[in-house]
Design a protein around this ligand. Structure first.
Ligand SMILES: C[S@@+](CC[C@H](N)C(=O)[O-])C[C@H]1O[C@@H](n2cnc3c(N)ncnc32)[C@H](O)[C@@H]1O
Length: 309
């Protein structure tokens, strides 16, 4: 796959897209990026690329003839040509997947007051916005688009398993991740993650992802599956289906009453202290995790896990 970015500031785009995972992907030939200076197609000795708006008003507008000339140097029959615009279609993971299937994507970056509207009307396939705010230029939008699309291409990510589970690929948000140290400033990780029981870990992650989606992005939440009454009773009897380890900010342990999912503390899930305060929840108790004494089962897991740290 190839991306071509048309911009007045190619150096803004070239650096970030040559770094880290994308830089390695480009070096390995997994995809190509060309950054082209629109000014090379500017008019006259001064390479003029913009002019004052017809009808008056503030700011400068980028010229259609300059953009057209630049586009002609990169466009191919199979190209998908995008114009970055705050008024464009909102970029999201679905669009990233759509673009990853294209052999060639061209991205035009506006600047100043924007680009002559005839570019949108006659020269491009789509207008794309990366959110409801106004940037100084389309370069940031181009980088966001290239990054989100390129990481979906085969081989670009070291671990492609990440793609299958991450937010917006599976419905809703991804479950939270933890790594060493196991305890930091009294902040614990969910015990189920060191239980060594893959089934329990998978079930915890599934429910944590659901709970997190309900709390942070209810607009993405799927309807809850109907739990068969028998298994709900069984869960209450055993008192442990992993729900007790669902992540809360202070890692307070869910009670047995939470196990049917109805009383899970979703409001506090993944809320930052600032978010909790804004919601009027008050600051989380800093020592809550310390105060919860580990059960014998948890203690055994702690002991098992200790040497590997
Ligand atoms: C200052 S903006 C122009 C804003 C324009 N006058 C308006 O009110 O919609 C200059 C350029 O930045 C880019 N840009 C700004 N915000 C953007 C966004 N949210 N998504 C994509 N591109 C954006 C576009 O390429 C745009 O032409």
């Amino acid at each position: 796959m190839r991306f071509d970015v048309l911009t007045l500031f190619p150096e803004m785009v070239e650096g970030p897209l040559s770094t880290s995972i994308l830089g390695r992907g480009r070096e390995a030939g997994l995809f190509e990026v060309g950054c082209h200076d629109l000014r090379a197609h500017g008019l006259g000795r001064h390479k003029v690329v913009d002019d004052t708006p017809y009808g008056g008003g503030s700011g400068m507008v980028m010229r259609v003839d300059v953009v057209d000339a630049a586009l002609a140097t990169v466009r191919r029959p199979e190209s998908r040509v995008l114009l970055t615009e705050p008024s464009g279609r909102r970029f999201d993971q679905a669009m990233a997947r759509e673009l990853a299937a294209c052999p060639h994507v061209v991205i035009i970056c506006g600047h100043y007051e924007g680009i002559d509207a005839r570019v949108r009307e006659h020269l491009v396939d789509d207008c794309v916005s990366i959110g409801d705010y106004v940037l100084t230029g389309g370069e940031y939008a181009a980088m966001v688009i290239v990054d989100a699309v390129a990481r979906l291409l085969p081989g670009v990510l070291g671990n492609e398993g990440s793609l299958a589970e991450e937010s917006f690929t599976r419905p809703g948000l991804e479950y939270p991740h933890y790594t060493r140290p196991r305890t930091y400033r009294g902040w614990e990780i969910p015990e189920v993650l060191v239980s060594g029981n893959h089934g329990r870990v998978a079930a915890w992650r599934e429910e944590a992802a659901r709970a997190r989606t309900r709390a942070i992005r209810p607009d993405l939440a799927l309807p809850e599956p109907e739990a068969p009454p028998k298994s709900r009773r069984a869960a209450r009897r055993t008192g442990n289906d992993g729900a007790r380890d669902l992540p809360t900010k202070a890692h307070t342990v869910a009670t047995a009453a939470d196990l049917d999912g109805s009383a899970l503390p979703t409001e506090s899930l993944d809320a930052t202290p600032g978010e909790a305060l804004r919601r009027g929840a008050g600051p989380p108790p800093p020592q809550a995790a310390h105060d919860a004494a580990p059960t014998p089962q948890v203690r055994a897991t702690l002991d098992e896990d200790a040497p590997s740290e």
